[in-house]
Design a protein around this ligand. Sequence first.
Ligand code: G6P
Length: 500
Amino acid sequence: MNSDADAASASPSSDSPGTDVSTDDVSPPSGDLVVVANRLPVHRSCLASPWETSPGGLVSALMPILREHHGVWIGWAGSLEAASEPFSHEGLFNVPVPISPEEVENYYEGFSNSSLWPLYHDACQTPHYHRHWWNPYVQVNRRFAEKTAERAAPHARVLVQDYHLQLVPGMLRELRPDLRIGFFLHIPFPPVELFAQLPWRQQILEGLLGADVVGFQTRAGAQNFIRLVNRYTSHRGVGQAIMVGQRHVQAREFPISIDVERFEALARDPAIRDRAQEIRAELGEHRTILLGVDRLDYTKGIDLRLRAVDELLGSGRHSVNDLVLVQVSVPSRESVDEYVEVRSRVEKLVGQINGEHGEVGQVPVHYLRRNLPIEELVANYMAADVMLVTPFRDGMNLVAKEYIACRLDDTGVLVLSEFTGAARELDRAVLVNPHDIDGMAQAIDRAIAMSKTEQARRVRSMRQKIRRRTVFDWANDFLGAVDSASSFSMAAGGVTRESS
Ligand code: G6P
């Protein structure tokens, strides 16, 4: 789901949980390819349990390339206790960056998730700006940059991920001018009028300009960035190129995707097919099954989606006898107030709808607040007649792509917010404005009534598109752009020009 749906694998950890230096590989002193992200690609449920590879398309896309190139991943282990020393896991060298509880509050919950996250998602919740959040953001970014500078081999390629680390490219460029640096933003990059609110807008832009390639999910994101650079910095961008001193920075879109073959294989698995049948039978063969799968986040529009379903049930055109919604909501960022609020809004609505339209033994909304294992997720995708993906704003939205990849029999309808990055590619979905409750109710009604022939035409066309560009193509394109980026680097004895 958003990358939140993927398999996990385990490997043994050492007998010392606090300083876990596992032994499944000889630790490389430095990496030719370094990924820097807020989170490490591994997690464990408690200190005594072994590390597991985290779910997510990004991790599965980068893992093969990292293994091939003596990869190093630099990131936060999720808590100070989880890991302090570098360790190897399944052929990848992990370097934990310590973040204190106070920094978690100010850098992660504060500046990253209460200033940048809402601002970059079209300010669909009011962003809060505090100087006591900004300084820890700078401090933690510096720590990531320093760890990376220590670990990267000469002339290594470094791929910095997402909004938590926008200052890292600039800091790293100063520490290690020999490196080739790519930055990829997984979330939207906002228009000029919104970004301009940020008291530290210039620092963020300069930070990003430390990279050779700044990647976005959509062309609109890249264009917003170039406009902002032209307005708020002394550098000039033309087309996709920005001149920063003698360096050429490329800003363009690299739309991320999923491991299509993996989802197709899961959708062919007999056990998962049986489970999909079972879900259908449990919910009622004669009912239309609607499905929503999201992190429990206010950007996802879960509350207005529920209100649209409520409208449909109240309209007399549908009832609990012919319609059911399964809403899977994955708990997320539960220490941030706005996430506590959206949870209570959603749960109140579920209760109201079930109270008003339910019968004994039959409810219109099944609400699951948990992360589903990937097999169960795919079974749900296969059981659902209509998939509802209605965020107010989303960088890409991989759930939409996962649903289409799993519809091997060319049935099903995707109702998709026009404000997702995925809507650019998945243009045969039923596109909706997630703020328009009537419009969404009508779109869901249309989806329910859509003929099998029309469903097949649309699903087939969308499946072809996502099969043409998988997450592995994304990783290769992005890495290829970083590889071929020309940069001037200060080497011993002068300035050398590198390009490949
Ligand atoms: C989004 C972000 C990711 C983030 C994920 C989960 O997809 O783009 O960078 O890792 O949400 O959020 P969390 O705050 O739990 O890392």
